[in-house]
Design a protein around this ligand. Structure first.
Ligand code: CUO
Length: 681
């Protein structure tokens, strides 16, 4: 197992690579001594880099070093897939390190970091290495461009240790004149955007099939994005906005504008904005080897609907593949995205990815202005834009069309004989029962890794973001069977009322159910009390993996870095609860305990990165719940069910909760993250 990460943590410049002289790019060779001295002078240890006979890098080198890189553009993703295969194919760790170091200053940096991260996550010999934290490698994808001049000034004038974090203003992308701006704090949250980037790293849609073909990856594409839309809708309702409208007429103008105010430092360009009232166009950009029409998207969409309504898809050999109850959604996920696992790219095309592309090029569809894609073209930034949610609401609606063809769950399928939930309470210390408490917090990100300052050391940017008090669920379960049994606890929350203040019907509310947690419990005969902390949630990663600790001014490196970003996929803990409202936003807390014998997947214990299995699955294992993702809310209800109350079987319960928001910045406790120490103490 290698001892060091393959890149140099900039905060504590104590290690450097000892590279063969002819690994330096041509430009630096004549000044090799000066260059190597500059980076090596204050290092305490050097990592030797072996000189190897290098693989053929001609394909990855086709993408220019200063060009923008988008995974959604087929030509780019082919080149990136080749680089991933090269990294995966290196026989030993030393060879992998060697080729990575060689590529570092030659290849397109965005493609390099993407392919390197995928390889680190998937090579057996690098599974314990941290993936470079993207917010620190490319802070320009997360931080208002105006900040960088200030960061440079701070670094040049103030010595490390005496530097002050640079505060990022809260409302810098729009004003209240744009009603969509009410949920900008959510769309632009760093942790949410990092989760999305990491999810797509763990589930790449093009590379060697051994990397792409993970258990139920198409279904998880559907489910993880469905949950994003559900959470976003909850956020919108609490901010007096209507649920997001599906983007279905691609010839209509798009009222939602977005001005990202981000600059790409590596490509020296400003990310294009999209004014309100923009239209999509047919795309013809030879520079990207890219040509498709809106009609292509429409044709693919119609064929996917036809497949859903006939109940089967056609594969490339002209055979029918049934969209079964169990696997149909997984096949459709791979068709829609589209991943290389699609049964037929000729028939079903590349709908979701090219939708991202068409939107991201609406300002320059034929490259006449020599402009590049907007933030919808990069999975690291796409969730900042309101149109992301309208596009994915369309994508989700297609999946729901399939789900609506499936038989409803029967009472027998839902019930757990002899097991009843007798009490549910949400407990937040120092709050009334069944109250979620939200407020603002501030946290820091180190910009220096992504900025080549001469004076080294951390330069921190301070973000203001939503947060909540740690809480717990207290659930009482009665087991009237004579023996101990195991069950899976499934916890969801959903808004109670629609835009007009009317109670939701089950059909609408089920789409707004937000998964909060899922875990296994053992039930002894008789009554059982279950206490579960919010920080243990199966959808989130701990706070420390999104942000560095505010009180901890040590530079991130070594072990801390590993903690920080080893398993970056997962919903950020600080966004687990919706913001709610000052008056208290009313929601249903739903708890179900299902029979473990019907849920269990027999497999070896997972190792590492198990925090956010609901959204990210388990590394090298099957998805740890055999039920359909989103169970029991993934289908239309049985015949006479109109409300959540009518849906309940004995092993389910619902309680009213209120989400109360305080509009002030609450300092964090010394322990960092949330005031977790208050819980259950
Ligand atoms: Cu995650 Cu559209 O799939 O961005």
């Amino acid at each position: 197992r290698p001892a060091e990460p393959v890149y140099v943590p900039k905060g504590d410049n104590k290690v450097a690579f000892d590279i063969p002289a002819n690994y330096l790019p041509d430009r630096y060779r004549s000044v090799a001594t000066e260059v190597l001295n500059r980076f090596g002078e204050d290092t305490q240890s050097k990592i030797p880099v072996k000189e190897i006979s290098l693989p053929d890098l001609s394909i990855p080198l086709q993408l220019g070093r200063r060009d923008p890189f988008s995974l959604f553009i087929p030509a780019h993703r082919k080149v990136a897939a080749r680089l991933i295969d090269i990294f995966m194919g290196m026989r030993t760790y030393e060879d992998f390190l060697s080729v990575a170091v060689y590529c570092r200053d030659r290849l397109n940096p965005n493609m390099f970091i993407y392919a390197l991260s995928v390889a680190i996550l998937h090579r057996p010999d690098t599974k314990n290495l941290p993936v470079p934290p993207l917010s620190e490698v490319f802070p320009d994808k997360y931080v208002d461009s105006g900040i960088f001049a200030r960061a440079k000034e701070e670094a040049n004038v103030v010595p490390e240790g005496a530097r002050q974090p640079i505060e990022i203003p809260r409302d810098y992308t729009a004003s209240d004149l744009d009603e969509e701006h009410r949920v900008a704090y959510w769309r632009e949250d760093i942790g949410i955007n990092l989760h999305h980037w990491h999810w797509h790293l763990v589930y790449p849609f093009e590379a060697d099939v051994s990397i792409v073909n993970k258990d139920r990856r198409g279904e998880l594409f559907y489910y993880m994005h469905q949950q994003i839309i559900a959470r976003y809708n909850c956020e919108r309702l609490a901010n007096h906005l209507s649920r997001v409208k599906r983007f279905i007429n691609w010839r209509e103008s798009i009222p939602e504008g977005y001005f990202p105010k981000l600059d790409s430092l590596v490509a020296s360009r400003t990310w294009p904005a999209r004014p309100s009232g923009s239209y999509l166009h047919d795309i013809n950009r030879p520079v990207d080897t890219l040509r498709f029409d809106i009609q292509d998207l429409e044709r693919w969409r119609d064929r996917i609907y036809e497949a859903i309504h006939t109940g089967y898809v056609m594969n490339n050999r002209g055979e029918r593949v049934q969209l079964t109850e169990k696997d149909g959604i997984d096949i459709l996920g791979n068709i829609m995205e589209a991943s290389i696992l699609t049964p037929s790219s000729n028939l079903y095309g590349d709908l979701h990815n090219l939708g991202h592309v068409a939107i991201s090029y609406c300002h320059d569809p034929d490259h006449r202005y020599l402009e590049s894609f907007s933030i919808m073209g990069d999975s690291a930034t796409a969730m900042r834009d309101p149109i992301f949610y309208r596009w994915h609401a369309f994508v989700d609606d297609v999946f729901q069309e399939h789900k609506n063809t499936l038989p409803a769950y029967t009472v027998e399928q839902l019930n757990f004989p002899g097991v009843a939930i007798t009490g549910v309470q949400l407990v937040t210390p120092n709050q009334p029962a069944n109250t979620l408490n939200t407020y603002w917090s501030q946290s820091d990100v180190d910009l220096s890794r992504g900025l080549d300052f001469t004076p080294r050391g951390a330069v921190l940017a301070r973000f203001t973001h939503l947060n909540h008090s740690g809480f717990s669920y207290r659930i009482s379960v009665n087991n009237s069977n004579s023996s101990a049994l195991m069950g899976t606890m499934r916890i969801f929350i959903a808004p109670k009322q629609d835009e007009r203040g009317l109670p939701f019907t089950f059909r609408d509310q089920r789409l707004l159910m937000i998964e909060m947690d899922k875990f296994t419990v053992t039930l002894n005969p008789g009554s059982n009390n279950v206490d579960r902390k919010s920080t243990d949630s199966s959808v989130t990663i701990p706070f420390e993996r999104t942000f560095r600790n505010l009180e901890d001014s040590r530079p991130v490196g070594g072990d801390a870095l590993e903690q920080f970003n080893l398993c970056g996929c997962g919903w950020p803990q600080h966004m687990l609860a919706p913001k709610g409202s000052k008056e208290g936003f009313p929601m249903d807390l739903f708890v179900m305990i299902s029979d473990y014998r019907g849920d269990v997947v027999q497999q070896n214990e997972p190792v590492g990165c198990t925090d956010a299995a609901s959204f990210c699955g388990l590394r090298d294992r099957k998805y740890p719940d055999i039920r359909s993702m989103g169970f029991p809310f993934d289908r239309r209800p049985r015949g006479n069910v109109d409300t959540l109350a009518q849906f309940l079987t004995g092993n389910m319960a619902v309680t009213d909760i209120s989400v109360r928001f305080t509009d002030s910045i609450v300092p964090k406790s010394r322990s960092g993250g949330f005031s977790n120490s208050l819980i259950l103490s």
